[in-house]
Design a binder for this molecule. Structure first.
Ligand SMILES: Cc1cc2nc3c(=O)[nH]c(=O)nc-3n(C[C@H](O)[C@H](O)[C@H](O)COP(=O)(O)OP(=O)(O)OC[C@H]3O[C@@H](n4cnc5c(N)ncnc54)[C@H](O)[C@@H]3O)c2cc1C
Length: 542
């Protein structure tokens, strides 16, 4: 066996899994088709508060938070064009200056260009992790005790890598998914691709109103006549001179057309660095697992950029899978951990996220219900007039835009509130399910199946800092005797650590709770149960 785990694809999801497994001391190899130095198109930017909480555990959240200068701001801003008028603004929409009251972390703006290398350096720092670039996986084949990957290197030579498990993190057009014969289902993709351009322009930086990281452009300086559908989204990549834009009038296949368009929009010094044409798709795999092979990230599901879900959803797959592989290899994890719970838990979360984007795949028929941005409703050329009529039009349109659009990133009920209620490794406690009808609301709860709440601990830490290795039996009542629980765990070689945190009594609403390594509550009780071994067997998937 060459490694315990072969990770196919070194994008953000594959690298997150490599860091997670490295942190757990598990031998793994990342097989990445790209050359290490090859440029990456800057796609994902928004790192959710939940992803930051997991990165905190791995010691990476501070680095990620420092990627983008906090003093720049994190607003969404609607503008007519570069150097034009500001029409609408949602403050701190994509990155908040301080943590939420219910988390030790905050959501941040961390463009892929800088985010991925942080993960890569972290993965490299573990001796048990090997990163192999220019290693294109051609096919995989499962055997009784492991999986063989056929890998073609830069010279064209084909070699074999054998691993106990393979995790396909090879993106939207996953080769592994295809080799496994797993289909991805969802509505047909839109007929027209979106052109996206990564460019350098000091002029753009000077011309945008300050404080924004995401700018909706409404039209060209000479009014909306050139396009009536909005001129695109402008994304800050480095707060100095790097930008990404997608929208109409750009042509990934013709730099002259793109340059002309950028000039029209006001970025007349633009230097095009990379272009790409991509089709926003939505969907989920029929299965997230085939035997010893697992699918994660874009290989397993596709979402549109709405709400910045893609990378966060994929990284959550990696963090769900990491500890389960660890527990299985260590021998205390039961068969259901990998055979059933990954599929069940992540499928529920993915479907929840797709629903947020207006796609209901829970039933048989996909149903769109969330209206898109009303950019086609850009009213008239009054928006571009530099007089009181223009001002009134901009105010009116801006208010309508904010109202209809809302803040697509304001969704703690999804980011922090997604739940694993139907999981085979969660012991329900019969308490009422939290109201999840409004994603803008999140009320922390220690009801099993959800994220274990953050409580500031004496000494300035967080309860979240207690979780990660093995199971934690969180005791909020120091008087509760946990000896029988500990004995049951020891008899099964389950790593169970008792942590006594009286200050968490209110938030956890019980004297005892079992928290999994990924920070989800698996069980909660008023005292040690009559049969603690039975509880542990459920939680370890026996
Ligand atoms: C234009 C655009 C804008 C986006 N904006 C956002 C956003 O704002 N927020 C957000 O969260 N998400 C956004 N996304 C989505 C986000 O980029 C993806 O969800 C995320 O990159 C998925 O990560 P991944 O690691 O699963 O896949 P990828 O990032 O696609 O990485 C897959 C890796 O696998 C490698 N690979 C592929 N095939 C093989 C093979 N056979 N063998 C070995 N290696 C292989 C590839 O080279 C690649 O490095 C955007 C996407 C696009 C296209």
């Amino acid at each position: 066996m060459d490694a315990d785990v072969a990770i196919v694809g070194g994008g953000p999801v594959g690298l997150s899994l490599a860091v997670e497994l490295g942190w757990r001391g598990i031998d793994c190899v990342v097989l990445e088709a790209r050359a290490r130095s090859s440029p990456r198109f800057p796609t994902a930017n928004h790192i959710s508060v939940r992803t930051m909480e997991q990165l905190r555990r791995l010691g990476l959240s501070e680095q990620v938070a420092a990627v983008f200068p906090a003093q720049w701001g994190g607003d969404w801003v609607g503008i007519t064009h570069l150097g034009g008028f500001e029409v609408a603004r949602i403050a701190d929409a994509l990155s908040t200056p301080t943590p939420r009251p219910d988390s030790p972390e905050r959501e941040v703006w961390a463009p892929k260009l800088y985010f991925d290398p942080i993960l890569e350096r972290a993965a490299r720092s573990y001796r048990c992790v090997e990163l192999r670039y220019e290693s294109h996986v051609e096919w995989v084949e499962e055997r009784a005790d492991g999986v063989t990957c056929a890998v073609r290197d830069r010279t064209g030579a084909e070699g074999r890598i054998r691993a106990r498990y393979v995790v396909a993190c090879d993106g939207a057009d996953s080769r592994v998914r295809e080799a496994l014969g797993v289909s991805l289902f969802g509505p047909p993709p839109p007929p027209v691709a979106v052109n996206s351009v990564f460019f350098r322009s000091r002029r753009a930086t000077e011309k945008v109103p300050k404080g924004g990281v995401l700018y909706s452009l409404l039209g060209s300086p000479d009014g909306p006549t050139k396009t009536r559908v909005g001129a695109g989204m402008l994304v800050a990549v480095d707060a100095r001179e790097l930008w990404r834009i997608h929208g109409p009038g750009l042509d990934a296949a013709d730099a002259r057309v793109t340059r002309q368009r950028l000039r029209e929009l006001g970025a007349d010094d633009a230097e095009i660095l990379m272009q790409s044409a991509w089709t926003p798709r939505q969907g989920i795999c029929e299965s997230l697992r085939r035997g010893r092979c697992f699918l994660a990230g874009d290989a397993a599901h596709l979402v549109t950029p709405f709400g910045g879900l893609g990378v966060n959803l994929g990284i959550a797959d990696a963090f769900d899978l990491g500890w389960k592989i660890d527990a299985t290899l260590a021998g205390w994890g039961g068969a259901k951990l990998l055979d059933e719970s990954y599929e069940s838990e992540r499928r529920a979360a993915i479907l929840d996220h797709l629903l947020y984007q207006g796609l209901d795949l829970r039933g048989a028929t996909p149903r769109q219900f969330r209206p898109g941005l009303p950019l086609h409703e850009i009213p008239d050329e009054r928006l571009w007039r530099d007089d009181e009529h223009g001002e009134a039009a901009r105010r009116e349109f801006g208010e309508a835009l904010v109202l209809s659009r809302g803040n697509e990133f304001d969704k703690p009920g999804l980011d922090l509130g997604f739940r694993y209620d139907g999981s085979p490794i969660v012991c329900g406690d019969g308490s009422a399910a939290p109201d999840r009808s409004d994603v803008r609301r999140y009320a922390p709860t220690a009801r099993p199946g959800g994220r274990a709440p953050h409580v500031a601990t004496r000494g300035g830490g967080s309860t979240l800092d207690l979780f990660g290795r093995g199971l934690v039996l969180l005791r909020t009542d120091p008087g509760t005797d946990t000896a029988r629980f500990e004995a049951a765990a020891a008899a099964r070689s389950v790593p169970l650590r008792v942590e006594t945190v009286p200050e968490a009594a209110e938030a956890y609403a019980a004297p005892l709770a079992v928290v999994r390594p990924d920070g989800f509550v698996a069980w909660r009780g008023a005292g040690v149960p009559a049969d603690p071994a039975a509880v542990l067997d459920v939680v370890r998937g026996a």
